[in-house]
Write a protein that binds this ligand. Structure first.
Ligand SMILES: [Zn+2]
Length: 474
């Protein structure tokens, strides 16, 4: 059976993949600065004979690795960026390795390496006589800016027939729901500083404009369709209260189920910013710092992932830390609510819940956004979650960091097998791939895709990060 072949190819590399995931976990790097992770992943792919294109889409830490020849061409994606401030030991109490340092709170160390395990196993199958090409696309900066829209724009996905990707989580299931498209804006106001008490008439407060804009956002919220989400923070509101702030900055997110509605609400935000500038008698500058599509689901591909997971069955996590981490989460009823009552009861009792289940998000539009959305607009995309974390663990929590550096590797290897098994089916069963592609076309195909980010957007400039320079394999 194909899935068994893939599973044993993953098991053959168990120690190496586990060690690599731990190594990336020890060296967390934030968006666009993932040079160590990219180097390690590229090194393994190169050694296995993949043809590498490093620096894809104008991103130094992105890469495309291809193995095999001819069609069909199937792909997986890897993320490997960490989150600022989430440093945490692999322990069951909150304990940073280094205060304020980054940490793998979204499990992207597992993400990058799990997808790697799948690509290597499919390469073995190609050596064994399977026709086609397997591609690993290394996609940086998921947590900030979003690297994938830049890769989509550069045409990386054009020759690819289907992509199967995953995300760490606390259950094993395909993801067949959609999510929200998003625009991110930075609004900077420029006023005039003066002594706030002695010469207020000489000043014009940049902070006033940001506060007026935030007030407008509160009113706008009431008059947008229900799934729209608007949120903001004041990133810079001045330094001291006795100086009228000459500069102030707010960051805004506009989310909605489709690009059209995002853009409509974003235009409103834009008008509100201009109105705020007039009221405060200052200038404002509005920059779009990120723009993504929602995910277009593919039920047929979700079904193939589900079949592969059913063939794999559940797995065990044999580590006392699993129960301790689970206990540290306390009541997780809120998270469990996503599951069917039956699954919920079984999950409630477990540290790790590894029975493959039906997609809990089927038919829903999740209140989150991902840069995989753009990929799903140009190529059929299958997604899944696997149980890398104890039951109910929220992403971006310290428990997620702790599990991603310890008990999470079993779920990662499971992802390698589930992705690899699914890709192999797509390579060897033309009728299945044809169904997947037909559904993608039925849902709109690739022709309507317009990159949402302006063509001249520079992700490094937007994020205020220096270009790290080309990544060279060890
Ligand atoms: Zn993530």
């Amino acid at each position: 059976m194909q899935t068994e072949t893939i599973a044993s190819a993953v098991e053959d590399r168990r120690d190496r993949l586990t060690a690599l995931a731990r190594d990336l976990w020890e060296r967390p790097e934030t968006a666009l600065e993932e040079t160590y992770a990219a180097r390690r992943l590229v090194g393994v792919l190169e050694e296995r004979g993949f043809a590498l294109e490093v620096g894809a889409g104008g991103l130094d830490t992105a890469f495309v690795a291809r193995y095999g020849g001819g069609e069909p061409i199937v792909a997986t994606m890897g993320e490997y960026d960490a989150l600022p401030g989430l440093s945490q030991r692999a322990s069951a109490t909150r304990e940073p390795v280094e205060p304020e340092a980054p940490g793998h709170g979204c499990g992207h160390n597992l993400f990058g390496v799990g997808s790697l395990g799948a690509a290597l196993a499919v390469a073995d199958a190609i050596d064994g006589g399977v026709d086609g090409t397997v591609v690993y696309v290394g996609t940086p900066a998921e947590e900030a800016v979003g690297g994938k829209p830049f890769l989509v724009r550069s045409g990386v996905f054009e020759p690819i027939d289907a992509v199967v990707s995953w995300h760490p989580g606390w259950y094993n299931a395909p993801s067949t729901g959609s999510c929200l498209a998003v625009d991110a804006f930075e609004v900077t106001a420029h006023g005039k500083s003066s002594h706030a008490a002695a010469a207020p008439e000489a000043g014009r407060s940049a902070l006033d404009a940001i506060q007026l804009l935030n007030t407008a956002v509160e009113y706008v919220r009431e008059h947008v369709p229900d799934p729209v989400r608007l949120h903001y923070v004041i990133a810079d509101g001045g330094d001291v209260a006795n100086v009228v702030p000459a500069e102030a900055t707010g960051n805004y997110l506009v989310r909605a189920p489709n690009r059209g509605l995002v853009e409509e609400v974003s235009d409103w935000l834009h008008d509100a910013a201009e109105g705020a500038a007039l009221m405060a008698a200052v200038d404002v500058e509005l920059t779009r710092t990120s723009a993504m599509y929602g995910v277009r689901p593919n039920d047929r591909l979700g079904g193939v992932i589900g079949e592969t997971m059913a063939e794999l069955g559940p797995f065990d996590v044999d580590d006392p830390l699993a129960a301790e981490l689970r206990a540290s989460l306390g009541d997780v009823s809120g998270q469990l609510a996503a599951l069917e009552p039956d699954d919920r009861e079984r999950a409630r009792e477990a540290s790790y819940f590894t029975d493959p289940i039906e997609p809990p998000d089927a038919g829903t539009v999740g209140s989150y956004s991902t840069d995989s959305g753009d990929v799903s607009q140009v190529v059929p995309l299958g997604r899944m979650r696997t149980a890398t974390w104890p039951v109910g663990t929220p992403a971006h929590s310290w428990q997620a960091v702790a599990a991603s550096g310890s008990t999470g590797t079993e779920g990662m290897l499971y992802a390698s097998k589930a992705i690899g098994g699914t890709l192999l089916k797509l390579l060897t069963e033309p009728a299945v791939l044809a169904d997947v592609v037909a559904e993608f076309e039925r849902r709109g195909g690739a022709d309507g895709y317009e990159p949402a980010m302006p063509g001249d957007a520079d992700p490094y400039e937007l994020l205020g990060v220096d270009r790290p320079g080309p990544v060279v394999a060890d």
